[in-house]
Design a protein around this ligand. Structure first.
Ligand SMILES: *Cc1c(COP(=O)(O)O)cnc(C)c1O
Length: 458
């Protein structure tokens, strides 16, 4: 018989996790004001809150950690990191930062000014925050297909070339650069095709603009190009990465995702003028240029992580696990953003809790139900996260209302995926009995989802 698929690693160290009772969880979620961010991690059995900084490092990364060079200036670990980044991306100039948003802060301080317009595909929330806080506009040019959760298209994260061209015609002089997020996190971890990256490059060249990749999950994007796009099946992930980045002028990176480390980030670019401009902000905001926001040991571990995660087997193990979870949801008929992306499933709560009006936050209600059911922590990516309109102060109900369950890299087994799917099925089976949602008791004026206090509607 054909041999089944199995992980490309074995386990050397384990971390015990604890189950709890439903009565305990009901008490804990109440004490947390029905906000999963307020739970203690020890009150969680399987944590799907995020895939950011939650992965497991390899033995080689832990070994590299011990070899870290903590010199203030010119550390060997910096050069190891820089050389690895240059080898994978082709970018010569590298600035380490403490995480992805810090890379945005440093680079955008140099490039984005009041009145600017930055077109791209579903800017990530920190990216958008760093644009909007400079009184500039983040203009979403994602393909329309991304909005329809049930449509199966291979590259749902793509930029719509027509929308992009229109934006450039309209705002030409005000556009400092174009940003492409690979994979498109906000649209559900959906990939962007090489063909689309080429189209974006051509439009950028026509208008004499530069292209920045928000690269948190660039390796997962390369995996999807290899497995879905014609002409790439025989190329290595590293070859595909070089080809992707050849179409960009620079990148910001949250190394907490595809860097396989728990903290870190960087800026990389081929342009000396971008580097010189960013340098001025790195020193006061992050630190001296050869460490930015990072320890020497963390740069050393990141260099190894980037190398490992641009190998096919590592990515194949990860993405197959996400796809396995999705296949169980298919079996149970639970609706999610299709096809499943690289790092998470996004359950379409508006199609599950149909008896709950949007004013009562269906995705947040489902997040709470899933926690009570099995101690699984997902995250609402819906109406609470969408916040209020800054002018009218009305809730923004225009987008999708998802429960996102992220899969941490190299952390859980397929048995844990089975528990997540079964818990979702149990809630799904009694969905018609769930008729009341939650209301907001207190909220912060900005980024309310982290600290919002809620209570169930009786
Ligand atoms: C996580 C993320 C960021 C921000 O990175 P942090 O390391 O969390 O600061 C930016 N863009 C994308 C696409 C991300 O997923």
């Amino acid at each position: 018989m054909e041999l089944p698929f199995a992980e490309s690693w074995k386990i050397k160290m384990v971390e015990p996790i604890r189950k709890s009772t439903r009565a305990e969880r009901e008490q804990w979620i109440k004490e947390a004001n029905y906000n999963v961010f307020q739970l203690k991690a020890d009150q969680v059995y399987i944590d799907g809150l995020t895939d950011s900084g939650t992965g497991a490092m390899s033995d080689r990364q832990w070994a590299a950690l011990m070899m870290g060079d903590e010199s203030y200036a010119g550390a060997r670990s910096f050069y190891e990191l820089k050389d690895t980044i240059t080898r994978i991306t082709g970018f010569e100039y590298v600035i380490p930062t403490h995480q992805g948003r810090a890379a945005e802060n440093v680079l955008f301080s140099a490039l984005v000014k009041e009145g600017d317009v930055v077109p791209g595909n579903s800017h990530f929330d920190t990216t958008k925050g760093h644009i909007e806080s400079r009184r500039a506009m983040a203009l979403d040019c994602t393909v329309d297909e991304a909005k329809n959760t049930q449509l199966e298209v291979p590259f749902k994260g793509n930029v719509d070339p027509k929308k992009l061209e229109k934006a450039l015609e309209e705002y030409h002089d005000k556009v400092p650069f174009i940003i492409v997020t690979i994979t498109n996190n906000t649209a559900g971890g959906q990939p962007v095709s090489m063909q689309n990256l080429r189209e974006v490059r051509a439009i950028a060249d026509k208008y004499n603009k530069r292209v920045l990749f928000d690269s948190a999950r660039f390796a997962e994007n390369a995996y999807f190009i290899k497995t879905r796009e014609e002409g790439y099946a025989d190329k290595t992930i590293k070859e595909i990465c070089r080809e992707m980045f050849a179409l960009a002028d620079g990148m910001t990176m949250s190394a907490k995702k595809d860097g396989l480390v728990n903290m870190g980030g960087f800026i990389a670019t081929r342009w000396e003028d971008w580097y010189e401009a960013a340098k001025k902000f790195c020193i006061p905001f992050e630190g001296y240029l050869t460490y930015g926001g990072m320890n020497g040991r963390d740069m050393a571990a990141l260099a190894v992580g980037l190398d490992e995660n641009t190998e096919f087997d590592n990515l194949d193990t990860r993405i197959r696990q996400v796809q396995y979870l999705a296949s169980l949801l298919d079996e149970y008929g639970i609706p999610y953003q299709r096809p499943v992306g690289g790092h998470a499933i996004f359950v379409d709560a508006s199609k599950v809790l149909t008896k709950i009006p949007k004013e009562e936050f269906p995705a947040q209600t489902l997040t709470i139900e899933l926690y009570k059911e099995a101690g699984i922590r997902g995250c609402e990516i819906g109406y609470i996260l969408a916040d209020r309109d800054p002018i009218t102060r009305e809730n923004r109900f225009g987008g999708n209302d998802f429960v996102r369950i992220c899969v941490a890299r190299r952390v859980y087994t397929d048995n844990h995926m089975k528990v997540i799917a079964a818990a979702l099925k149990n809630v799904y089976d009694r969905r018609d009995e769930i008729t009341h949602g939650v209301e907001i008791v207190w909220e912060a004026p900005l980024m309310r989802h982290f600290t919002v206090k809620l209570k169930p509607i009786e």
